[in-house]
Design a protein around this ligand. Structure first.
Ligand code: SAH
Ligand code: SF4
Length: 342
């Protein structure tokens, strides 16, 4: 649903302001499946809304549950498809949101990158993913009040290349008029779009920032992440230092361990040096999820060497648990066939 066009429509039609609040409440609860089910509204308004608006810009095309994660393939109004993933962490539900159909950055290890770029999502399409999962949780168990608690912008696409819609969506998600999700429960991951990292720093929010690093060697990084040619590693690391200096917040680096590519002893030394250089840097080691790119995850003994060395030195890192790789729903595995019939 697009809250601002709904609000202007109601204004133009002369409805009192509380009607907007009622509709918004229904949308946020994600209980009614359509405007027609909003029984607290007068019938003529329900019909008027039904013929003029979409409660959600997304329609479910396919749902794939697995241990701890559910992946939804969602169809947009123009027939394009995106994927969105719900993760069950026992204590909370987290959703991995897409911001673009495909991605223009073409990282070699990422399935989304390999499918190319189709378009950016609108703010409405971004917030409707949260609505979709809240509705899903409601349908799974109407008695419980389970809701999406955390959001990670780590689905398809590069969030910082859809800046204005990302900001619009975040404003809604965080606001008391929206879901009011705590800023610390939101994380955004970027492949390293330097000007937007600077803009993000200046926003001065408490939203978590993650930077996909994957190598500390400029030529290796450029090979696996072509964006590194435009925004070189040295410049990237210097805006990362600026971020922590200005915000005094932790910055998370994502590092998927790829066999023979970024898991050599020299890579480990560079990681150690990086973490020692700034106590607000935090490293998330991720086991590489398999896609069709032919790269392989590091061997278990290499992963152990990395984790043991970092632990011994008391450095800030974690070895991430990978969700949904059995249903191709893990990081970097989100892909839809752009030629699917609409
Ligand atoms: N475009 C943004 C956010 C979406 S990708 C970014 O690149 O940061 C979300 C995360 O998945 C990123 O950290 C990305 O590097 C990681 N990723 C992509 N492909 C992966 C793979 N095959 N295995 C593990 N992580 C992967
Ligand atoms: Fe795009 Fe992120 Fe995938 Fe790179 S890793 S291609 S930036 S979605």
């Amino acid at each position: 649903m697009d809250p601002s066009s709904l609000s202007s429509f109601l204004n133009q039609q002369g409805y009192p302001a509380y009607r907007y609040r009622q509709i918004l409440k229904n949308y946020l609860s994600a209980r009614p499946a359509s405007f027609l089910e909003m029984t607290d509204l007068p019938k003529p308004l329900r019909h008027q809304l039904d013929s003029n608006f979409k409660l959600s810009s997304l329609s479910l095309s396919q749902l794939q549950p697995s241990q701890g994660a559910v992946k939804a393939k969602l169809q947009l109004s123009d027939g394009q498809m995106i994927e969105s993933v719900l993760m069950d962490y026992d204590q909370w539900y987290s959703v991995c949101l897409s911001t673009q159909v495909g991605c223009p950055l073409g990282c070699r290890f990422c399935a989304t990158g390999q499918m190319g770029f189709i378009r950016k999502l609108t703010a409405e399409e971004i917030i409707d993913q949260v609505h979709f999962w809240n509705n899903y949780l409601y349908q799974q168990s109407p008695e419980s009040s389970s809701k999406v608690d955390r959001l990670v912008f780590m689905g398809m696409g590069e969030p910082f290349l859809n800046w204005s819609n990302l900001i619009l969506a975040l404003d809604f998600i965080r606001s008391p008029q929206g879901w009011f999700v705590g800023q610390r429960k939101i994380s955004i991951s970027t492949a390293g779009i330097i000007p937007q990292i600077e803009n993000f720093t200046n926003l001065d929010t408490q939203i978590n920032l993650a930077v996909s690093l994957h190598s500390l060697n400029q030529s290796v990084r450029s090979e696996i992440m072509p964006i590194s040619r435009q925004y070189p590693l040295d410049d990237l690391l210097s805006v990362c230092h600026q971020y922590t200096q200005k915000t005094r917040r932790q910055l998370f680096f994502e590092y998927a361990l790829i066999r023979g590519v970024n898991d050599r002893p020299s890579d480990l030394s560079l990681l150690i040096k990086l973490l020692k250089s700034n106590h607000l840097f935090f490293l998330n080691l991720i086991p590489l999820n398999l896609t069709s790119h032919g790269m392989l995850p590091s061997l278990p003994e290499t992963v152990n060497l990395f984790t043991q060395s970092l632990s011994k030195l008391g450095l800030n890192y974690s070895l991430r648990r990978s969700f949904g790789s059995d249903i191709q729903a893990a990081c970097g595995q989100l892909i839809v066939n752009p030629k699917l019939p609409v």
